[in-house]
Design a protein around this ligand. Structure first.
Ligand code: UD1
Ligand code: CA
Length: 495
């Protein structure tokens, strides 16, 4: 029953119960399995958003292991989610009973999902509910045909109808040949669920209360038990260890990249490109190999990112280029250029058409339109107005060992190479700073600041003090002329 249309206006279900009491011991982690991330979001985030797509009157998460962590995280995810405690993990049936006990008297449908199945979508749940209603089922289970069903519960059928589910460990050799597996995701009529749970025993290989036995109970009580077979088996896959975490992460990433490519983004090498769920990309963005876009990063139309670039919560404007860069909490203006080998730290804002070039580190630096910090610089706690040029090797000395202080460079100002601007200091609009200066005092508008030792040439020093060296020989052979390139440039600048 795969071809059913999803109803557009699906009436809400009574409740969604997300099972999340399991410890995830195979993760070998000091945090709950459910707080591990896939494409920048926790597994719990996916479980809660899929459930929320059904617009349930109540959504309860059954917690157990790592409950403090899980409850705290749920508080950040949604205000309307509640939690129910399962002290001891006595089986999936017991877990649902714990959830149900917290929901009070309820009629209608109860949807059960797991906290560790991140690729399950709200659309699939909606389809499950739609089929459940269309067929007047008492229970509807999401199933899939898999090549390697070992470990899963197997679906026992009588044609269309499901007559029961047998766990792998309880199954006969013959039943183990069945390749249709139980995803563990269901829609129940609340009353059938309540009655079925009340009758659960533990007479099985694991000595647990199996939720799956409720389906046998329902069938034997002459309620219809149906199934929706999904052909997207990823939507039924859980994460139990870090190998599965990596597999599911790769698949989620593949799905995110496919969506962006269909939306007009060029991705040169999807294998080496990672884009978090919340990232936003405009048309004609190009992502080069080795690009990692995280958090709430947004990239404007036609911008080119990469290769080898990682951006976390960075906003890149249309037509900008960001090459071999690591950045976080920064803004890159339209048509601006960053990289290669740039480090954008939080609070960096580069204006339209500006440049942050090779081996430049910026932090809390607001850089105006068409302003350029092209080479080998540190620019921290800085305000640069428009059309500023910062020479190679300039250091904004913002920290005196105790306090951080700001530096302002006014519109059109020019800072010569290898200068140190000792903050707090103000370089007024149109001012020049001579190369190699250590600026400790404000520079007036249109003034030239020179703050360095004067050059002194000791004539004939090498011949006298380093005789018989290559330098001495070269000096002796020289005719006294200036190199023509230097000479020419000098005469052009004079003229
Ligand atoms: C369960 C199903 C099996 C199905 C498989 C799909 C049962 C008896 N079996 O098996 O048919 O093929 O899922 O993955 O239901 N949980 C609790 N409390 C508990 C037990 C489990 O919260 O007491 C939670 C776990 O955290 C997990 C989920 O329920 O998220 C599934 O539990 P798990 O033990 O993995 O079930 P399986 O044995 O894999
Ligand atoms: Ca499992």
């Amino acid at each position: 029953m795969t071809a059913e249309n999803i109803e557009n206006d699906l009436a809400p279900v009574a409740a969604v119960i997300v099972l999340a009491a399991g410890g995830g011991s195979r993760m070998k982690s000091s945090k709950s399995k459910l707080l591990h991330e896939i494409s920048g979001k926790t597994m719990l985030h996916y479980a809660v958003s899929a459930g929320a797509a059904l617009d349930p009157e109540q959504l309860v998460v059954v917690v157990g292991s790592f409950r403090e962590q899980v409850i705290e995280h749920l508080g950040q995810l949604s205000a309307s989610v509640t939690t129910a405690l399962q002290e001891e993990q006595l089986g999936t049936g017991h877990a649902v009973a714990c959830g149900l006990a917290d929901l009070g008297e309820l009629t209608g449908e109860v949807v059960v999902t797991y906290g560790d199945v991140p690729l399950l979508t709200g659309d699939t749940l909606r389809q499950l509910v739609a089929v459940h209603r269309a067929h007047f089922n008492g229970v509807t289970v999401l199933t899939a045909h898999v090549e390697e069903p070992t470990g899963y519960g197997r679906i026992l059928r009588d044609g269309e109808r499901v007559v029961g589910i047998v766990e792998h460990r309880d199954a006969t050799e013959e039943q183990r040949q069945i390749t249709e597996i139980n995803s563990g995701i269901y829609v129940f009529d609340a009353e059938i669920l309540r009655e079925g749970l009340a009758q659960l025993g533990t007479d099985n290989a694991q000595g647990e209360q199996y939720l799956t036995d409720v389906l046998t109970f329902a069938h034997e009580g002459n309620h219809r038990v149906g199934a929706v077979v999904t052909d997207d088996i990823w939507q039924t896959e859980g994460v139990n260890d870090r190998i599965q975490l990596a597999r599911i992460n790769a698949e989620m990433n593949r799905r995110i990249l496919d969506r962006w490519m269909l939306d007009g983004v060029t991705i040169m090498d999807p294998q080496s490109t990672f884009v978090d769920l919340d990232v936003d990309l405009a048309r004609d963005v190009v992502l080069m190999p080795g690009t990692i876009l995280q958090g709430a990063t947004t990239i404007g139309e036609g911008a080119i990112i990469g290769p080898d670039t990682s951006l976390m919560d960075v906003e890149v404007g249309a037509g900008a280029e960001v090459v071999r860069t690591h950045g976080s909490f920064a803004i890159v203006g339209e048509e601006a250029h960053v990289g290669p080998f740039s480090y954008l730290r939080p609070g960096t804002q580069l204006g339209r058409g500006g440049k942050i070039g090779a081996f430049v580190e910026t932090k809390n630096a607001v850089i105006g339109e068409n302003s350029k910090v092209p080479h080998l610089a540190y620019c921290g706690d800085a305000i640069l107005d428009d059309d500023v040029n910062i020479g190679a090797g300039t250091i904004f000395a913002n920290y005196d060992g105790v306090n951080k202080s700001p530096t302002h460079v006014g519109k059109g100002a020019f800072v010569g190479s290898n200068s140190v601007l000792v903050a707090p200091v103000d370089i007024a609009p149109g001012a020049f700073v001579a190369a190699g200066s250590a600026i400790t005092e404000d520079v007036p508008a249109g003034g030239l600041a020179i703050a360095r030792g004067r050059q002194h040439n000791a004539e004939g020093w090498v011949v006298k003090r380093r005789p018989e060296t290559k330098a001495a020989t070269a000096a002796a052979e020289h005719d006294g002329s200036i190199h023509p390139a230097v000479e020419e440039s000098r005469s052009q600048q004079k003229g």
